[in-house]
Design a protein around this ligand. Structure first.
Ligand SMILES: [Zn+2]
Length: 321
């Protein structure tokens, strides 16, 4: 299951080179003088496909600025960042590599958020306190009545409840509490993209499992995970009802995914390849291959593609096989 983490970083450079902001998250393995710190060792919990939201800068100018995706699991290394700064004393570091940094359309100011979502965030702290040993490592604390960042909470947990408390559903569009409304709408819209990214990553990996990590196109032997996509038949954004359903997925290699996505072929009701005559080009090798496999059934998994999903694809690409 895809997890979400929050990186809270004050310095702009944070390590430099390939260690700098958006390339990875990293932390020293030990405090100066010894001892572990849970907000550092958490880097090791990051798994490939997890989402890291970035909170940058110093209060009152600390902002949620965007998010990125982990490309592999967190690890410990004796390789050093070019500019370890005040962590220079340490001989090893935790690191998790990131890709696909996506800035939020508008940065979300933390102080505004603490004010506008105070009720929800306080309630979250109360609930978290009762969790006992399964308590999350949260980036903020209650201090003299107000909320503020926990010093040193470099990498913290963001579960679904916290995400909701932080960013809401974006439903409060009008009303006299205009500040609250503005924050909520902005953040609601922006976080929808994070949620969608998390959901899609999870879906993609489940579909690959379902199809045994190989392309289901007839005769295609691609089984290298780096060249496979667990893709949607009906688009994630187009069809809420089919979202996340296993019958709405196909495991295809990059070529066949592209051919399916662009409507060069679809599947008929018997799950056979239907080469779309409108998209066939005489000088295209892909077209030739699709035509050669016209009428052949894909390699089915335990869950067959849903008719509704196929119908959606036919409509989108404009064919009726
Ligand atoms: Zn393929």
């Amino acid at each position: 299951m895809t997890a979400i983490y929050l990186e809270m970083s004050r310095d702009e450079n944070h390590g430099g080179g390939s260690w700098a902001f958006t390339n990875c998250v990293w932390a020293p393995t030990e405090k100066q003088g010894g001892g572990r710190w849970p907000f550092w060792s958490k880097v090791l919990q990051i798994k490939e496909g997890d989402v890291v939201i970035h909170l940058r800068g110093i209060t009152p100018k600390a902002n949620f600025v965007g998010y990125a995706i982990a490309t592999k699991d967190g690890f410990e290394t004796s390789t050093r960042p070019p500019n370890p700064g005040k962590w220079d004393y340490c001989s090893s570091f935790y690191r998790a590599d990131l890709t696909g940094y996506t800035p939020f359309h508008n940065a979300i100011n933390l102080v505004n958020l603490f004010e506008s979502r105070g009720v929800e965030l306080n309630a979250y702290l109360d609930t978290n306190k009762k969790r006992g040993t399964s308590k999350r490592n949260v980036f903020f604390v209650r201090q003299s009545g107000g909320l503020q960042c926990l010093n040193g909470a470099y990498l913290s947990d963001v579960d679904d409840d916290l995400l909701l408390a932080l960013l809401g559903g974006g439903e409060e569009i009008t009303g006299p509490e205009s500040k609250r409304a503005v924050v909520s709408v902005e953040t609601g819209v922006q976080i929808a993209s994070v949620r969608s990214r998390v959901g899609q990553a999870r879906f993609s990996s489940e579909i690959k499992n379902l199809y045994g990590h190989s392309c289901c196109f007839p005769g295609c032997s691609i089984s290298d995970d780096r060249f496979l996509i667990g893709s949607h038949i009906a688009r994630w954004s187009d069809n809420e009802k089919l979202r996340g359903k296993m019958g709405n997925g196909l495991c295809l290699c990059l070529i066949h995914d592209k051919a399916f996505e662009t409507g060069m072929f679809t599947l008929d009701q018997y799950y056979c390849v239907f080469a779309n005559p409108k998209e066939m080009k005489p000088d295209s090798e892909i077209s030739m291959e699709l035509k050669a496999n016209h009428g052949k059934q894909i390699r089915l998994s335990a869950v067959k593609p849903l008719e509704d999903a196929l119908l959606d694809h036919w409509i989108r690409v404009g064919v009726e096989p």
